[in-house]
Ligand binder design. Structure first.
Ligand code: F6R
Length: 241
């Protein structure tokens, strides 16, 4: 794993954008795996300003809540519309998010995985990280070879995301997520983390033992992972001065 440390959130966001925009310029038909949440907001702002054309790009989001209509204020579709889709020339049919309202969730996951496979797989996947080490919504204990699948959200994850919903009760209990197997098949992985609250999980991810109880440690087995962190998130890394 390569770790790049930036003075602040703006620096890591710009670097993530530069890397992804550079990839799109090199390969205008790039296939991107994309996250939601607080961490990537700055990345999307910078990416939208980069001037890169998304005309030939295909995007696949990591996850979506089960039971929220697309138009719901907290759906990941709405997040992507606000942070990316409305600002770039990405054709709507090339923007993919699992459908958390599908009547058959298992079938929806198989369809999503097949659509991604037909697109050629992920050239790059951008990840945030949960305080419990989840990537996508692969919570502690998730299998490392899993494809896209339905999951129960960990209580800690629902509590962390209650800030977006106003109350814990309003946070969905289930989601669809790309599996760790899907993520590990990406050619390149960028992991973004910001703030001192993430310092401990960043340390466990980069320097800790591989463990299915810390899903992000699976990334140590991938040959092309870049971890982009600000000084606060890098604060507990022994390898960083
Ligand atoms: C969201 C996702 C999650 C988040 C993680 C961190 O699509 O896949 O793994 O990246 O929960 O969220 P923030 O950035 O809000 O701390």
């Amino acid at each position: 794993m390569r770790v790049e440390v930036f003075d602040d959130y703006a620096g890591l966001s710009q670097r993530a954008s530069d890397l992804v925009a550079g990839l799109i310029r090199t390969n205008p038909a790039s296939v991107l795996g994309l996250p939601t949440g607080s961490t990537p907001e700055g990345f999307y702002t910078a990416l939208c300003r980069s001037g890169a054309s998304f005309q030939g790009v295909r995007t696949f989001n990591l996850d979506e809540y089960v039971g929220l209509p697309r138009e719901h204020a907290q759906s990941y579709y709405t997040f992507m519309k606000q942070h990316l889709y409305d600002h770039v020339d990405l054709p709507p049919e090339q923007a993919h998010i699992p459908n958390g309202m599908a009547p058959d969730l298992e079938a929806e996951c198989r369809r999503y995985e097949e659509t991604l496979r037909a697109a050629g797989g992920l050239d790059v996947v951008v990840l945030g990280i949960g305080l419990n080490g989840h990537i996508g919504f692969n919570e502690p204990g998730a299998a490392w070879d899993a494809p896209t699948h339905p999951v129960m959200l960990a209580q800690a994850t629902r509590e962390a995301n209650a800030r977006f919903f106003g109350s814990l009760e309003a946070v969905p209990t289930r989601a669809l997520t790309m599996g760790i197997g899907t993520i590990l098949r990406a050619h390149r992985i960028l992991l973004l983390a910001s703030g001192s609250a993430k310092a401990e999980i960043v340390k466990r991810t980069v320097e800790g033992a591989l463990s299915i109880s810390v899903p992000a440690t699976a990334l140590q087995s991938h040959p092309n992972v870049t971890v982009l962190v600000d000084r606060a998130a890098a604060g507990m890394l022994s390898s960083v001065a």
